[in-house]
Design a protein around this ligand. Structure first.
Ligand code: GLN
Length: 541
């Protein structure tokens, strides 16, 4: 049986519980253990797929086609373990399952209640699909004290009793705020938060305390005393300049050692060399480049979490620091703003939904193409590139996407059927919005001799998708005639996966989301290559 670690958060949200979980997972892994990371989300949506990125940040897509919380992206980037559908659950999903069972008559006429039916469903989820993991880390979303979290806290409390506290550990992440006028870090919020947790029957055994400065020993002792925790298990989690420093820094504070002590386990010291290497690259870049990201959700950068990480990874591969210039696409709808793109070394149009900002994105593509600036289009960004070529090089002035309404030449249109592992999936305009896109890993075939085949060093690839529209192959010949090469297609040859322009320093559009699979110690080849092109561009200007 695996050992279970539950990570809860208190005082305020955004404490970085997800990163803390990912970092602990990666350090345990570096000590030779197999880990699995999970997220229990208390909100009522069945999954975050239908939520606006402004509400929820990025929606992270797994190989098996689930739309999940962005913390799963951290888990995967830090541990290299591919996240799965069974790694994220929400209150909505739990109720959905319970209500489906109720309608089926599974409860044999019983009254269906939060305790035990909802809590049992949560406990079943925690125990399912764990494979041969030594540790299962379950992060509970939200903040202790929220009404929504209660069934999850009750479930993990029961779970701890059932598997025994020898097999379950509760870690609570809190905050010590610095009060300027008093010149002190304050322990009271942490004390109250632990009290809140105790009121639902959970005594945490490790506290991970976020603070913006060194926590004095005396304060740690005070927290230990008031919260009924060993002083060495009150672990400072200080702000660090890069998220990739977190594993090394938590290890330095003794987190993994205390976890092993708690479980009475011994293991060799962790091999953190790959993290040290990354830190070295962060601290000693040989140069820097600036990438202009032309998107819609640029005021909430969590919307592009995996993307900004993947660009950073591309920098690691080229030993450069990557600066990101977030540009709201709408500003390019006015001519006089295009000069803002003059000083960037690469332009990227990321995924997105809806019409707003698309005319600005198309103009940014045109600027990149005409000025020989490396261009990377991801999902909607590929569709924008196709529309740009159609309008400006193939003479189809009214080219557009049916996502934005009717148009004369729908070079991008609604995908009504496609092949999934031998089965045909069908959709129509009137279908549900939730979970109905072309989602998850699909293979693609790359044209031999193409730029992308060279970048991947392969002609068969698999990448994660999340889209409802596709490039309309009726226009393929015409677009190819205008200089756009269709260098990647679905294996049945029906769906365009990659387009590129040959006589350009670097111009690639992909229908999938390569950023989801990039890792700091294994940067995605497309990002490595794009940043390399940006470095070359930076040498020219
Ligand atoms: N809105 C586009 C589609 O559904 C692109 C989606 C995306 O960029 N993820 O096809």
């Amino acid at each position: 049986m695996p050992r279970y670690i539950f990570i809860t958060g208190g005082v305020v949200s955004s404490l970085g519980k997800g990163l803390a979980s990912a970092a602990l997972g990666s350090v345990l892994q570096a000590r030779g253990f197999k880990v699995r990371l999970r997220k229990l989300d208390p909100y009522l949506n069945v999954d975050p797929g239908t939520m606006s990125p402004y509400e929820h940040g990025e929606c992270y897509v797994t190989d098996d086609g689930a739309e999940t919380d962005l913390d799963l992206g951290h888990y995967e980037r830090f541990t290299g373990v591919a996240a799965r559908k069974t790694d994220n659950v929400t209150t909505g999903k739990i109720y959905w399952n319970v209500l489906t069972k109720e309608r089926r008559g599974d409860y044999l006429g019983g009254t269906v209640q939060v305790i035990p039916h909802i809590t049992n469903e949560i406990k079943d989820f925690i125990q399912s699909d764990n494979g041969d993991a030594d540790f299962v880390l379950c992060e509970v979303g939200g903040t202790v004290g929220d009404i929504e979290s209660l069934p999850f806290l009750e479930a993990i409390r029961q779970f701890g009793n059932e598997v025994g506290l020898k097999n379950a550990l509760f870690i609570h992440v809190t905050l010590m705020p610095y009060i300027k006028t008093a010149g002190e870090l304050k322990t009271k919020p942490t004390q109250h938060s632990v009290k809140e947790l105790l009121s639902v029957g959970i005594q945490p055994s490790i506290l991970l305390i976020r603070a913006d400065r060194e926590i004095p020993k005396e304060e740690r002792r005070k927290i230990a005393l008031f919260c009924n925790i060993l002083p060495e298990r009150v672990i400072p989690a200080l702000d660090v300049p890069s998220i990739y420093q977190v594993p090394v820094s938590y290890h330095g504070e003794g987190l993994d050692e205390q976890v092993l002590k708690y479980f009475d386990l011994s293991a060799p010291a962790p091999d953190l060399s790959k993290w040290m290497e990354i830190l070295h690259k962060i601290q000693h870049p040989e140069g820097e480049v600036t990438i202009g990201v032309v998107g819609k959700y640029t005021s909430l950068l969590d919307s592009y979490k995996s993307l900004s990480e993947a660009l950073t990874h591309g920098g690691f591969a080229n030993n450069v620091k990557v600066n990101l210039s977030w540009l709201n696409a709408e500003i390019f709808e006015k001519d006089d703003n295009l000069h803002l793109l003059e000083n960037v070394h690469g332009i990227l149009v990321p995924g997105g939904f809806g019409e707003r900002g698309t005319e600005g994105k198309i103009r940014a593509v045109q600027f990149a193409r005409e000025r020989n600036i490396p261009y990377f289009g991801i999902c909607l960004g590929m569709q924008m590139a196709v529309i740009e070529t159609a309008r400006n090089r193939a003479g189809l002035n009214d080219a557009g996407s049916t996502e934005f309404g009717k148009c004369g030449n729908p070079v991008v249109g609604l995908m009504t059927e496609w092949n999934k592992e031998g089965e045909t999936e069908r959709r129509n305009e009137a279908g549900n919005m939730g979970g109905t896109m072309r989602l998850g890993a699909y293979p693609a075939k790359l044209a031999a001799g193409s730029r992308v085949a060279e970048i991947y060093g392969a002609t068969e690839i698999s990448e994660r998708h999340r889209h409802r529209y596709e490039v309309n192959t009726t226009y393929k010949q015409q677009l190819e005639g205008a200089g756009l090469v269709f260098s990647g297609m679905s294996p049945d040859g029906k769906l365009p996966e990659i387009v590129e322009i040959k006589d350009h320093p670097w111009f690639v559009g992909v229908q999938f989301h390569p950023e989801l699979k990039s890792k700091p110690f294994e940067p995605h080849p497309l990002f490595t290559s794009f940043i390399k092109a940006a470095v070359e561009k930076s040498r020219l200007v």
